[in-house]
Design a protein around this ligand. Structure first.
Ligand code: BG6
Length: 482
């Protein structure tokens, strides 16, 4: 039996993520023959939808991807809907019946993916019932995909892990971090081990590393969620940690998913904690955006569902260090925020200068807005001008290739089908990331908001963040007009 014949059961089928990302991703996999014809999708949610209405919804969500209407109609005919209360054991019995009959109808042979796109509090409720009501199959694989957040601190994450592993082994759990679905990030390890870069990838040649995850958008309608998370739990504990771990990891001797993830775990575990409140405030800046009247943009505290005295941070910048021989003395400057001056996701690797008269050579790995890698190096100015200037060498995917590049969720669902666990977050990555972020939050609790800084919406962030890089004799490498 092939891995790509399966039943995918989706909890949260009427949600926004499903329509925006998941159905188009599954359709692209189907169109490119990455999913066999022997497949079915069972969508579940509380609403009373019919199969026909569900299929129409799926069709509408893939409409931009359709090149052959007959094929698209065939695709949506594999979708089935079940109105489902996740707390009701009886509903899982019905789910089992439906799964078994679809398995027979499409000659699937037992493979199952359970994708939970619902409030994380419901993860253990669902996994418990899947085991209890024997929905899991004995012939084929049973894999669980879950979305972030995995807990809200280390303690809650440990509890969640305990509950989930009562039904699924660690290697059956596929924790999504959609950044791992991004083309440039998922191929970054290959780039790093290229014989040219691998020799330069250490404290001997690198002066500092900078990672910026900047967004110009605000919090939209997610106020209630965001105010409990802040940028630290929304972006740093997960996406930022993933990027740090891939940039910082040693070359795995063991080339399996396990070997790869073990090296990433080592990086997150080696993040140096701060020794005191003073140490923290010198190296970690948190801030909140205030109105920009000229642009008609409200401040964070005026957003819907945000308390007027909220102390939630919408911006985070820090100087991190890794306790690894490779990175001794090399700062990792990281920052992320909402309502900044633009949307860009960049990694800058700043090499040491050969002498004081020239600029640093540096690599810019740009995940957004464009997808490109540039090496900026010092080149003698042309003609008789004298002196050097920084010029780029650029790698960019040609447009025709760009349209072929798998979308984030397409790569991840395909990764789950083919058991590529290296595209997913291991439990220890999540746990150590929480451990590290918890120690920052503990200091923040002691500070009770005294260290909170403010920045105007659509600006480059608080001035204090610049001090972090200036103290190291450098500056933030921007990508505002790149
Ligand atoms: C999500 C966060 O995980 O990532 C959002 O919850 C954020 O707040 C988004 O906007 C950013 O993702 P991307 O792919 O647009 O950089």
């Amino acid at each position: 039996m092939n891995d790509n014949q399966l039943i995918l059961t989706l909890f949260g089928a009427t949600g926004d993520l499903a329509a925006r990302k998941l159905y188009p991703a599954i359709y692209r996999l189907y169109k490119n023959n990455n999913i066999s014809d022997k497949f079915a999708v069972i969508g579940t949610a509380r609403r009373e939808w019919t199969d026909d209405y569900f299929r129409e919804t799926v069709y509408n969500s893939i409409v931009d991807e359709i090149t052959d209407d007959e094929d698209a109609q065939e695709f949506v005919s594999h979708f089935y809907y079940q109105s489902h209360d996740v707390n009701d054991g009886d509903h899982y019995n019905k789910l089992k019946e439906l799964s078994d009959s679809l398995d027979e109808q499409y000659d699937i042979g037992g493979n199952r993916i359970y994708y939970i796109s619902l409030n994380p509090q419901l993860f253990p409720v669902i996994t418990h019932h899947l085991t209890e009501q024997k929905v899991l199959t004995d012939n084929g694989y049973n894999r669980l995909i879950i979305e972030k957040p995995f807990g809200f601190d280390e303690e809650s994450a440990i509890e969640l892990q305990k509950q989930l592993t009562a039904s699924f082994d660690e290697n059956q759990i596929y924790r999504i971090d959609h950044y791992l679905g991004k083309e440039l990030l998922s191929t970054l390890d290959e780039f790093r081990y290229n014989n040219v870069w691998s020799h330069l990838w250490s404290k001997d040649y690198i002066d500092n590393i900078q990672i910026s995850l900047a967004e110009d958008m605000g919090i939209g309608e997610r106020g209630a969620y965001y105010d409990n998370s802040g940028v630290t739990k929304d972006m740093i504990q997960n996406h930022m940690m993933q990027i740090i771990s891939i940039i910082g990891m040693d070359n795995p001797q063991n080339k399996s998913s396990d070997g790869f993830r073990q090296e990433k775990i080592n990086v997150i575990k080696s993040l140096k904690t701060f020794d005191s409140v003073e140490d923290l405030t010198q190296n970690v800046i948190r801030a909140q955006y205030i109105p920009n009247a000229q642009e008609g943009i409200v401040g964070y505290k005026e957003e819907a569902d945000i308390p007027a005295d909220s102390q939630t941070e919408t911006f985070f910048a820090a100087k991190f260090e890794l306790d690894m021989p490779r990175w001794e003395g090399v700062p990792f400057f990281v920052r992320s925020g909402k309502r900044l001056e633009g949307k860009y996701t960049t990694i800058h690797i700043i090499f040491k200068k050969e002498n004081e008269d020239v600029e640093n050579n540096y690599l810019r790995i740009e995940l957004a807005p464009d997808m490109q890698i540039q090496f900026f190096f010092n080149q003698e100015k042309p003609g008789h001008q004298g002196g050097a200037e920084s010029v780029p060498m650029t790698f960019e995917y040609p447009e025709v290739v760009q349209s072929e590049i798998p979308h984030d969720y397409e790569r991840l669902i395909n990764g789950c089908i083919h058991n590529q666990l290296d595209h997913f977050v291991h439990w220890y990555e999540a746990q150590y990331a929480w451990q590290f972020m918890d120690h920052i939050h503990n200091y923040w609790e002691q500070l009770d908001g005294q260290d909170m800084k403010y920045y105007e919406a659509l600006s480059s962030g608080p001035a204090e963040a610049d001090t972090l890089t200036e103290n190291h004799g450098t500056k933030w490498y921007d990508c505002i007009d790149c």
